[in-house]
Design a protein around this ligand. Structure first.
Ligand code: ADP
Ligand code: MG
Length: 231
């Protein structure tokens, strides 16, 4: 059994359909997808130890099967630069989440590398009852949420189709460089779509996948948040 199979079957054994961010990211890594370095801390001291290993600045996030949208619960604090920042954020996240959902089951607090700001993109997949695994691409924020500016292709896709998915969004000029924003590495995004295509084709038990956001850099791309929902 490979790493991805192990993570999925463990969640199934525990009756969980939503994988935790560290589980979803470990699966991403197994498929060659670049994610922010991370570790799950169980105490504030451990969080500090991991932050020092990962190197400041770091981001802290709640790890709970009962909190799907982490920032809605006050469960994400970014740009922590010192030991004191990490200790305070650790306590605050637990407090926020308990206020949001008193009986939330908490696995720990994820300490992760803070990714540099960039144009944010979203890569997803949904299992369509008719077409099966279907991939989605769009730019982050208002482009997907408000303008529904997204493209879809049925998996598995070819590199050519992956490139088409990217170029076909209306917001594509933003990836192509404008004013003082450099062009994004479209090849890295094509590669990322190919990895996701392989992942969901290998695992028909994945019902939904959401890499949101992915930072699209001038060179390379980094997945900052990952969610996987099982059937
Ligand atoms: P959720 O989508 O569950 O609310 P995210 O993990 O996506 O939580 O975090 C919310 C936002 O915080 C992201 O959209 C991103 O803008 C920012 N963020 C999260 N993690 C990082 C990180 N490692 N580096 C930089 N920004 C981050
Ligand atoms: Mg997110």
């Amino acid at each position: 059994m490979n790493k991805t199979d192990k993570i999925i079957s463990q969640a199934q054994k525990e009756g969980r359909k939503i994988l935790l961010e560290p589980e979803a990211k470990a699966i991403c890594m197994d498929y060659g997808i670049n994610v922010t370095k991370f570790n799950v801390a169980k105490t504030a001291e451990e969080a500090v130890k991991f932050a020092e290993k990962i190197k400041y600045p770091v981001v802290l996030k709640i790890v709970s099967q009962d909190v799907i949208h982490k920032s809605d619960a006050g469960g994400v604090i970014i740009n922590l630069k010192t030991k004191e920042d990490v200790q305070a954020a650790y306590a605050r996240i637990l407090e926020n989440v308990r206020k949001y959902k008193a009986d939330a089951r908490i696995t720990g607090v994820l300490v992760q590398e803070m990714a540099a700001q960039a144009t944010e993109v979203i890569i997803g997949s949904i299992k369509d009852p008719q077409f099966g695994q279907t991939l989605m691409f769009g730019l982050g924020g208002i482009f997907v949420e408000l303008l529904k500016d997204v493209t879809f292709r049925v998996a598995p896709i070819t590199e050519q189709e992956a490139a088409e998915m990217i170029v076909a969004v209306k917001a594509y000029p933003l990836l192509n460089g404008y004013r003082n924003t450099p062009a994004a590495d479209v090849k890295a995004l094509v590669n990322l779509l190919m990895c996701v295509s392989k992942l969901v084709m290998d695992h028909p038990e994945i019902k939904e996948l959401d890499l949101n956001p992915v930072m699209a850099y001038e060179k390379g791309a980094t997945t900052v948040d990952a969610r996987i929902i099982l059937e």
